[in-house]
Each structure stands twice: as C-alpha cells, then as structure tokens.
Design a protein around this ligand. Sequence first.
Ligand code: FES
Length: 163
Amino acid sequence: MDKVNKIIDKYKGKKSALIGILQDIQTEYNYLPKEALIHLSKSLDVSLIRIYGIATFYKSFSLKPRGKHLISVCLGTACHVRGAVRVLEKVERSLNIKPGQTTKNLMFTLETVNCLGACALGPLMVVDGKYFGKMASAKVDKILKAYKDNEENLRGKRGQATF
Ligand code: FES
C-alpha cells in the first residue's frame, strides 16, 4: 500500500480530494484495486459505500483490471454499415477477448463505442486515443503488433538499463 499512501499524502489526506486520489490510483494501477479502496476508506475515514459510489458513477474509473492499451471499436451506424462488426470480430479473435474484457497479460482492454464523431473515417478503431480510420479486419493484426512490439522494445530497454 506504499503507492496508495504516497498518493494520499500528496493530497494531505483530505477527504475533499477523494476524486483526485481515485484518479491517481487509477493512473497507477490502470484500475481501482479493491484493497486500495478499502485502505483508502480507512485512511480517509470515508465509507467504502461512498467510495464505490464515486468509482461506479464516473466512466473513467474501472473496478476491473484494465489493459495498458484501450482499444475502442466504433459500432455507431456509419461505422456499422461500413463493416465495423468484422473489424471487432477480428480484434476479438486476435486477442481472444470480448468487449469489456482485458487480455490475461493486461496489455489490451477492448470496448465498443457508439459514434466518436468522426463518421467519415469509418469504420473507426481507436487505440489509446489514436484514431485508425477506414479500418478493415486485414489491418488489425498489423496495428496490434505495433503495440506489442513497442512493449517488447520498452521491456528490452528497461532490461538493458539494469545491467
Ligand atoms: S459512427 Fe463511428 S464515428 Fe460516427
């Protein structure tokens, strides 16, 4: 709980900073771990029910582990008629997850959305806020591979740094 304590200290343990503290915990873990929320409840003397109320109210918070990379496939009408379902099915097959799920290695979380306001680019897939327009199922693996390779490169660099 050291990391959580540091976050609480950053906000001087103020109950009024609860949302900010939750945002920092979410940033640290990519979700809100149950143990962290219990610890927070005790440390701030705020009921767990209140904390869960906030955590479930805001869509940006997640109570389930989330992947490092968030993939959103748009299923809005414009994207749908241009083949968004085929793109989604390809992502599902490639990662072996369904919307709302996260890969076991916590690298990817998949979700569907309804129109991102860029219909002319449809079918649209977004990864960590980066738009991939005119998507086709044939492009999916190349994009996923770029994110996987990038992770491996980062791991490689971290590994080298320790020697
Ligand atoms: S329907 Fe997909 S961006 Fe609008």
